[in-house]
Design a protein around this ligand. Structure first.
Ligand code: AMP
Length: 215
């Protein structure tokens, strides 16, 4: 018997907890995690052509142009066979959503809803391991030893785009460019809304409950 593919999108503003929820979902549902922000940061750190172009937008809290991101996603999906994908941070515009429709069929879009105040609180306290990419939060989920990753011992840093003004700009970008996708997917019957406030475990339980509603 063929195992049915499951293709999911995690939609939400910056700091909504997409990355945290994604790591749990991919390990429990055996999905391929496709986080465009992570891929772009990797391109930037390797100083590739794409990385150089993307950096100027990322540093300002703006979106990288659609054609660059769509091309990057298309290549990854075409070159791999997987039991399904979890898109994290993609699509972020209606144009990207339309392109994704031509690439594969989605089963559900999980929208993690978090207030602007909570986003600013979370992101200003976020620290990321410079080696393995694990996220910590100085207030809610601090590392055991200050400045050191619990998982791999790497050094913890603040993302360039987690500076206060850039956080505000990223949130404005989300409202303008990405929030229209909430209605876009609601109209297509794919949207599952989840309250993103609370602990990662509480939010994960809500996500799983929502996914379970249609089998
Ligand atoms: P994230 O890690 O998802 O918060 O993404 C960090 C930054 O990467 C964003 O602020 C954008 O500049 C860029 N980025 C990530 N995903 C996309 C996307 N789907 N479309 C355009 N830009 C993106």
């Amino acid at each position: 018997m063929m195992v049915k593919e499951l293709n999911l999108v995690l939609l939400g503003g910056p700091g909504a907890g997409k990355g945290t929820q994604a790591s749990r979902l991919v390990s429990e549902k055996d999905l391929e995690h496709l986080a465009t922000g992570d891929i772009l940061r990797d391109e930037v750190s390797r100083n590739t052509r794409l990385g150089k172009r993307a950096k100027e937008y990322m540093d300002k809290g703006e979106l990288v142009p659609d054609e660059l991101v769509i091309d990057m996603v298309r290549k990854r999906v075409e070159n791999k066979s997987s039991s399904g994908y979890l898109f994290d941070g993609f699509p972020r515009t209606v144009e990207q959503a339309e392109a994704l429709e031509g690439i594969l069929e989605l089963d559900a879009v999980i929208y993690i809803d978090v207030s602007r105040e909570e986003v600013v609180r979370r992101l200003s306290a976020r620290r990321v391991c410079s080696d393995c990419g694990t996220n910590f939060n100085l207030k809610f989920d601090p590392p055991s030893e200050e400045g050191v990753c619990d998982k791999c011992g790497g050094g913890l840093v603040q993302r360039d785009d987690d500076q206060p003004q850039v956080i505000e700009d990223r949130y404005d970008t989300f409202l303008k460019k990405t929030a229209p996708l909430i209605d876009y997917y609601r109209e297509r019957g794919l949207l599952k809304e989840v309250d993103g406030e609370g602990t990662p475990g509480q939010v994960y339980q809500r996500v799983v409950d929502k996914l379970g509603e249609n089998g």
